[in-house]
Ligand binder design. Structure first.
Ligand code: TXA
Ligand code: MG
Length: 315
């Protein structure tokens, strides 16, 4: 299959509306979109990524008017979060409208809904004129794609179109909050921090010690994630020298000596936006081990820690 590269949101939306599969930029990571009303295209999203069919897709909307097309009853906490954070890097898990196909939600009674803020994403969603189901546009298990080049590297020949935009400003997937129960629950940390959420819905809980026996609240969390080919070693920024040949480092503290390649980040925002592209860069250079400094669990540090622990197979 020929994958069309385009800068035109209009061309990309026309391809999506003809029942095909289109990758598009968002402020978090690139998404791989299909109309929720086109079962064949939804199936091809799972195939192109090599994604297990029980892992539900997030549904992307352009405006709040589309909420009723995808969600059922919306409680007052969910409305508070919508008022404060939509459009933006937040996904809410809500009771679903029965018209959303089970193939999109992995058979769950809930649906993940996100309204991105990135202007190219918004133009694409507006012109698509339907809710768009989109997981991250990467091969399942690999780091998410934060540039159109990374999407192309993973999915060239497997999808119909890549809508080119700038590299993703945030670089980490959206914060996910489950609002389908009696009290909000943080399922995945992201750029909207736990502290910011608490300021709006003080009773929010974090899904920190999931009961291994219970079905996972977010099916995707049980699969391996974000892992580059290189091994990930977590460190605390106090290593002076590393003897392993062919190793790399990313973090906020000065890199240890003996490192082949490093990314020194000025702050957590830069750490988040560079993390996945650095993983991919290391793989392209044949690096064996990437040393990653674990930030504290505050603010954006929570999301970076989460991705690092998963990439290291510790979560
Ligand atoms: O920033 C993002 O969220 C990006 C962009 C493209 O929007 N999307 C993204 O999708 O990261 P994906 O499929 O890579 O991750 C979505 C996660 C998965 O872990 C999935 O299991 C979970 O969201 N999820 C989706 N619908 C859910 C639902 N109804 N209940 C619980 N978890 C859900
Ligand atoms: Mg993903």
């Amino acid at each position: 299959m020929q994958t069309t590269l385009t800068d035109s949101a209009e061309e990309a939306a026309a391809i999506l509306k003809s029942g095909r599969v289109v990758a598009f930029p968002t402020e978090t990571v690139y998404g791989l979109g299909a109309s929720i009303y086109c079962p064949e295209a939804i199936m091809r999203v799972f195939q192109a990524k090599g994604r297990p069919g029980d892992n539900p897709l997030i549904v992307h909307i352009y405006s709040l008017e589309q909420l009723a097309d995808v969600a059922g009853e919306i409680n007052s906490d969910a409305w508070k979060l919508i008022d404060r954070f939509f459009p933006g890097p937040l996904t809410l898990v809500l009771k679903k409208n029965p018209l959303v196909p089970d193939t999109v939600t992995g058979g769950l009674g809930t649906v993940g809904v996100r309204c991105p803020a990135n202007p190219v994403a918004r133009e694409f969603l507006r012109l698509s004129a339907c809710p768009v189901a989109a997981p991250s546009a990467n091969l399942s298990g690999l780091p998410s794609a934060t540039s159109w080049e990374a999407v192309f590297e993973d999915l060239d020949g497997k999808i119909d179109c890549v809508l080119r935009g700038n590299p993703s400003a945030i670089g980490l997937e959206s914060t996910i909050v489950d609002c389908s129960g009696s009290k909000p629950l943080l399922l995945r940390a992201g750029a909207i921090t736990f502290e910011q959420l608490q300021a709006v819905v003080p009773e929010i809980a974090a899904n920190t010690s999931p009961d291994k026996q219970a079905p996972p609240k977010s099916p995707g969390l049980k699969y391996p994630h974000y892992a580059p080919k290189a091994a990930i070693t977590l460190c605390h920024g106090d290593e002076k020298r590393i003897e392993a040949p062919s190793s790399a480092y990313i973090g906020l503290s000065e890199p240890p000596e003996g490192i082949l390649l490093y990314k020194l980040c000025r702050n957590l925002e830069e750490y988040g936006s560079e993390l996945f592209s650095f993983f991919r860069h290391c793989d392209s250079k044949g690096i064996d081990t990437i040393y990653c400094e674990l930030p504290s669990n505050q603010g954006l540090g929570r999301a970076i820690r989460d991705r690092l622990m998963r990439a290291a197979g510790k979560k």
